[in-house]
Ligand binder design. Sequence first.
Ligand code: SAM
Length: 234
Amino acid sequence: MSDSEPSAPAYRYAAPDEWHEVDRYFTQSFVGEDDALIAARRSGAATTMPHAEVAANQGAFLGQLVTIAGAKRVLEFGTLAGYSTIWLARAAGEDGRVVTLELEPDNASIAEANFRAAGVAEHITMIVGPAAESAARLISDGAEPFDFVFIDADKPNNPAYLTAALELTRSGAVIVIDNVVRNGAVTDADSTDPRVQGVRKVVDEIAAHPELDATAFQTVGEKGWDGLIIARRR
Ligand code: SAM
């Protein structure tokens, strides 16, 4: 497939050709990205974190998780251009609601236009500002509990986002945390990278939490070598 075809990524992460080819094969086989999703993914290039959105097959995976969990209320930390948000909102369905938290006003404007184009704007509330503060406001306002949380913002704050997610979810809720492998650096206890330490702290907290069942796995693909934690509240 040439780069001009719709489902080709606009950018190639440093990853072996085979990883790109396998992602492309599965994405072509299974993932129906419409024009709005393709435009949202590509618009990520104009944000403050170009190409940091999930891959198409990962967006579809998030959507599958929301559907399998029967989640109707979804909370997302880290909107960027709203690519993952659209997958989450579509999976939550007509009676679903996504609250997504984004720091950067410029990213939020791009995301808002993408939500409108994707026909999901009325199902999404975007809160612009530091996510820890936005989440604290949701807690103090007594927000209705969420069924599904996707944590994908600044990684050093993962422990704070997990704490907030636990305040904001019901029993049975699913919490997914992205980018937890970091090219394998996650196993380096002495890492000076605050993103690695943010992941390691959250791993320890989830492992020790009496109400959480969890697993994590590493992935390879067009986004390089990374992985996810999936936790569920008992
Ligand atoms: N979830 C998006 C997707 O897959 O399409 C990608 C999110 S990107 C990896 C991380 C986003 O988190 C960026 O848009 C960045 O501006 C935002 N972010 C970084 N620090 C933040 C903070 N303190 N509060 C809220 N958002 C933050």
